[in-house]
Design a binder for this molecule. Structure first.
Ligand code: C2E
Ligand code: MG
Ligand code: MG
Ligand code: MG
Length: 286
């Protein structure tokens, strides 16, 4: 599948780059069609537990499998999805796909919690908790197998409503993670009073850790902050072994990044996971 991936890569296309108004309108129309014809697919990026060295879950990342253009990445179409008011529909689609995949893994006897990104514009939807409860029930998936990643912005937009929805989701047993932590607006206030389980430190802090003492200090103190609040700390954008080792040394709980694995389709992930198990069986323990 290496050749296939290279081919897909060359087709990567930013739909939102189209400055021409006609093209934009056409792409908006194509996105509406895409929602009804299953053109959205999920790739999954593993999360590594730094204590046990086990894969403890995955993040679902949406791609648009465009019939002519090939795979389009989120940055290339999410702005248009927002603009066209299609975010709630996309979120439902992604949640349905994620729950289905998590249920398939659970049925195979290898449960793997799946984290789904939920944008600010979906977190104002009062029907979201009920929708999720229905999907989980339909696939008989325990709520702990689904996690939601929200950004700091989504918490600031409509605080009371967002908080209400989050509380309902968490009461259902769904864990909430704050994505891109450190890049958004003032964070300390909601850390105090929102129902969250996990902080995901943005890769803007993780990436420069190796050569930048300030970035490293921020990472270390954020790990301390998370733990003192009883929250799990996850680092994203781990691109090399130095960063991985430093994060582990400072007690970071989980890591995600190209150094561990890129996001990939579920079948590829299955393959990757079994290879990893086999390699670990033949290697001495780290
Ligand atoms: P995110 O949730 O912060 O996801 C992490 C992004 O960083 C992903 O990009 C991932 O492929 C990339 N990444 C992972 N490891 C590394 C690394 O080591 N180095 C670098 N440079 N990048 C890494 P992707 O898939 O293009 O997604 C971009 C953003 O789009 C996501 O950021 C998320 O905010 C949004 N997104 C993705 N899927 C969905 C979705 O289903 N719904 C919504 N609402 N947003 C989504
Ligand atoms: Mg995320
Ligand atoms: Mg992130
Ligand atoms: Mg991001």
């Amino acid at each position: 599948y290496k050749a296939k991936r290279a081919r897909l890569k060359s087709h990567v296309y930013a739909a939102a780059d189209e400055s021409n108004g006609d093209d934009r309108l056409r792409t908006l129309q194509e996105l509406r069609t895409a929602l009804h014809t299953d053109q959205f697919v999920l790739h999954f990026q593993p999360k590594l537990d730094l204590r046990t060295d086990e894969i403890c879950g995955v993040e679902a990342l949406v791609r648009w499998d465009h019939p002519r253009r090939g795979l389009v990445y989120p940055d290339g179409f999410l702005p248009l999805i927002e603009e066209g008011g299609m975010m709630p529909a996309l979120t439902e689609r992604v949640l349905a796909l994620a729950v289905a995949q998590a249920a398939d893994w659970a049925a195979l006897g290898r449960p793997l919690p799946v984290a789904v990104n939920v944008s600010a514009s979906s977190l104002v939807d009062d029907e979201l908790p009920e929708f999720i409860a229905q999907r989980l029930a339909a696939r008989q998936l325990p709520a702990c197998m689904l996690k939601l990643e929200i950004t700091e912005e989504s918490l600031m937009d409509d605080r009371d409503r967002g908080r209400r929805i989050l509380h309902r989701l968490r009461d259902q047993g769904i864990e909430i993670s704050v994505d891109d932590f450190g890049t958004g607006y003032s964070s300390l206030a909601y850390l105090r009073d929102l129902p969250i389980d996990e902080l995901k430190l943005d890769r803007a802090f993780v990436f420069p850790m190796a050569d930048d003492a300030r970035a490293a200090a921020l990472v270390v103190s954020t790990i301390g902050l998370a733990h003192s609040l009883g929250l799990r700390m996850v680092a994203e954008g781990v691109e090399n072994d130095t960063a991985l080792a430093e994060l582990a040394r400072h007690g970071c709980d989980q890591a995600q990044g190209f150094h561990i694995a890129r996001p990939m389709p579920a079948v590829e992930l299955d393959h990757w996971l079994s290879l990893r198990v086999r390699e670990r069986q033949t290697l001495p323990a780290r």
